[in-house]
Write a protein of this length. Structure first.
Length: 393
């Protein structure tokens, strides 16, 4: 009965939660803390802090963590399924529409979507930089990571940059975090299950790119690309855009026009932006593809979040007291900012900004998002219309 209740409540949130991860956290608080009182304010705030500290989609991880505190591992799965399924199904159907009707991805409106994608990602990277690289040491790590990735844009290069940054942070960065410990709510996860989850996270992160070098498999390639995108993403769902674009457009699995069309559609549905992966898996050229590819990509990109939440939640109070652990994660966070700066230039900027008019529209979209605080879906719609207008000027 408790699992069914979790599924129904999270399904309602998945159908109604528009506005991105910050808004999702507000919806969760209203439902889980205020209305149902499954958690107190302090426990919920600690869960949010923990999930902001981990790579992956923070709002989805909060939902998974709430489900675990309520109903164990199965509760976490129920909460994730309910919150994720509505937008995933909608985007899979849109993917079939794109596959059948080419005009959905060849219209002039795509020009505007490509340009607004630059503004959205730039805003996300800017916000991350202010939070994750507030001092000279971490800013230096970010700059060096960006330079390294501009010279070596491959999967092993990403992992190497992350590992080196963690080691640098461990050795050089002091304790500058001030998170509180998780209180309230019994965590229904065994220690060995948690340890196994963390081990699986790192084994897959390092092992999958190596396995691709010796095993020729489309399924393995797709799993690795989406898994790493989910494992190396900090700062909200929009930040995964350049990582995914690098993974699926460069090898020819998805055309750039298909990618941008799906990104626009993802803005119009509720729930987590990570369900964009279900669309990409659906329209992917070759195997996998279709609805099986959609759900396969969806599972691959969310798997790191599950492994991390299950692995870290029982040990959070202990881990947060280890200064070297926090310092290493600060180095990793800074490096991810650098990776995204590199990806913002290539392929996001290079594929979208071709003329002064393109840049003008990008600046306008950035201003509406950053200073006027307009919702992203509205800016996306306006940019699509403006892009069509630019083609007639």
């Amino acid at each position: 009965m408790r699992l069914l209740e979790l599924l129904v409540v999270s399904l309602k949130l998945g159908l109604t939660s528009f506005g991105g991860p910050v808004a999702h956290i507000g919806y969760f608080r209203d439902e889980y803390v205020v209305r149902r009182k499954w958690l107190d304010e302090h426990t919920y705030a600690d869960l949010v802090a923990l999930c902001q500290f981990l790579p992956g989609p923070a709002s989805s991880q909060v939902g998974i963590a709430v489900g675990i505190t309520r109903g164990g591992i199965l509760g976490g799965i129920a909460a994730w399924v309910g919150f994720t399924l509505p937008s995933a199904v909608a985007l899979i159907f849109f993917g079939y529409g794109v596959t059948e009707y080419d005009e959905l991805v060849t219209g002039d409106w795509l020009r505007g979507l490509k340009i607004v994608a630059v503004a959205v990602v730039a805003l996300a990277v800017w916000g991350m930089a202010k939070t994750l690289t507030p001092d000279r040491s971490r800013a230096t790590i970010a700059v060096l990571a960006a330079i390294a990735m501009l010279f070596s844009q491959n999967a092993l290069g990403q992992v190497a940059v992350i590992v080196v940054a963690g080691l640098v942070g461990w050795r050089l960065l002091g304790d500058q975090t001030g998170l509180t410990g998780l209180t309230g709510g019994r965590i229904k996860i065994g220690r060995w299950l948690a340890i196994g989850s963390l081990a699986a996270f790192f084994v897959l992160l390092v092992g999958l790119p190596l396995a691709r070098q010796v095993v020729a498999s489309d399924w393995l390639d797709v799993f690795d690309g989406f898994y790493r995108s989910g494992a190396l993403m900090f700062g909200g769902g929009h930040v995964v855009l350049p990582l995914l674009q690098t993974e699926v457009v460069a090898p020819g699995w998805v055309t750039n026009d298909q990618f941008i069309a799906g990104y626009g559609a993802a803005q119009a549905v509720p729930g987590p932006l990570f369900t964009f992966s279900a669309y990409l898996g659906t329209v992917m050229d070759g195997s996998p593809g279709g609805w099986t590819g959609g759900f396969f990509a969806l599972g691959a990109i969310f798997l790191p979040s599950f492994l991390l939440v299950v692995g870290v939640l029982p040990f959070w109070n202990s881990l947060r007291s280890v200064a070297s652990f926090r310092a290493a994660l600060m180095g990793v966070n800074a490096a991810v900012v650098g990776l995204l700066i590199a990806a913002l230039y290539d392929p996001v900027w290079t594929s979208a900004i071709q003329t002064p008019k393109d840049f003008a529209l990008c600046v306008a979209a950035f201003g509406l998002l950053a200073f006027w605080k307009w919702p992203p879906w509205l800016v996306v719609l306006l940019a699509a219309a403006a892009g069509a207008g630019l083609s007639k000027l």
